[in-house]
Structure formats: structure tokens, C-alpha cells
Design a protein around this ligand. Structure first.
Ligand code: FES
Ligand code: FES
Length: 158
């Protein structure tokens, strides 16, 4: 049995048929071909699947898709401008070498953007807390923190 799920994805309305057991991560990646949220652990431990639900970071692998009916979901596909220009925060990650394999990077960007939208001048401790749910197996934490600090310091602004 499938149900129609309607929500807003990266600013556009979407309707998609889903099973009651489908997670938001399943639907984004497999039904809607939005592949920036990654399937790492699939059990809430790594943060690679982080997306924004009404501007709050959530783990899409632990979110039953039908629960986002009528809500606003954003992934990093929405950060890039229509002409393909990176968001200044993405640019800052790039310039700080904050991505090695890049697997954790979409989740890191989502978590850090959620922080910066609420708190444009976070302390180092606040940055560390904001990305504490995002595991980087390449160990780029120092570079990620540097990228966020560089953006927040005003070196890079939207
Ligand atoms: S894939 Fe969701 S937390 Fe790891
Ligand atoms: S850059 Fe490889 S997992 Fe973070």
C-alpha cells in the first residue's frame, strides 16, 4: 500500500508515492533523486543524512517520510544558486580544504548552515556542538571548524 506524500523540497512542491515504512532518506535518494543526503550508518549515528526540516537539522534516516507531509525540507541542493554558484559557506569549506572524500560534507554543511542562520557569530564551542552529530571518517574536523569560523568572521558573507 502506498500513499501520496506532499511537501516542499528545496522551495518546490513535490508529490510522491511512498510506503508507510519509507524513511525520508529513502524517498529523497530513491524516489526523488536528491543524493546529497548520504546513507552512512542508516541508524542515527553518523549525521551523513542530515537535512533541514523547517530550518532545523534532522536525521533523514530516522524520519518516517509520511511525517513530513506539508513541511519544508531543504538539502544542500538548495544552497547553490540557480546559475550554479556555490553558497559562500560552501566556498569557505572549499577554500579551507574541509572536504577530503566529501561523504560527510553535505551533512556538515546542513548542520553548520542551521547554526549560522540562527547565530551568525558562533563561538568555537558552539560550532563544535553544532557539528557534534556529524562524523567525519577522514578527520577534517579542524578544517570544517576553520571554514565555519572563516565564514562567520565576515571573510565570507552571503
Ligand atoms: S545515515 Fe543517518 S545518521 Fe547515519
Ligand atoms: S571528508 Fe571524508 S568523511 Fe568527512
Amino acid at each position: 500500500m502506498k500513499y501520496t506524500l506532499s511537501f516542499t523540497l528545496n522551495g518546490d512542491p513535490v508529490d510522491v508515492l511512498v510506503k508507510p515504512t519509507d524513511t525520508l532518506l529513502d524517498v529523497l535518494r530513491e524516489n526523488l533523486n536528491v543524493t546529497s543526503p548520504k546513507r552512512g550508518c542508516d541508524s542515527g549515528d553518523c549525521g551523513a543524512c542530515t537535512v533541514l526540516l523547517d530550518e532545523q537539522p534532522i536525521l533523514s534516516c530516522l524520519t518516517i517520510a509520511l511525517t513530513v507531509a506539508g513541511r519544508d525540507i531543504k538539502t544542500i541542493e538548495s544552497f547553490t544558486s540557480k546559475d550554479g554558484k556555490m553558497h559562500p559557506l560552501q566556498q569557505s569549506f572549499h577554500e579551507s580544504y574541509a572536504a577530503q572524500c566529501g561523504f560527510c560534507t553535505p551533512g556538515m554543511l546542513v548542520s553548520s548552515k542551521a547554526l549560522l542562520d540562527k547565530n551568525p557569530r558562533p563561538t568555537r564551542d558552539e560550532i563544535v556542538a553544532a557539528i557534534s552529530g556529524n562524523i567525519c571518517r577522514c578527520g577534517t574536523y579542524h578544517e570544517v571548524i576553520e571554514a565555519i569560523e572563516s565564514f562567520a568572521s565576515g571573510d565570507r558573507k552571503e
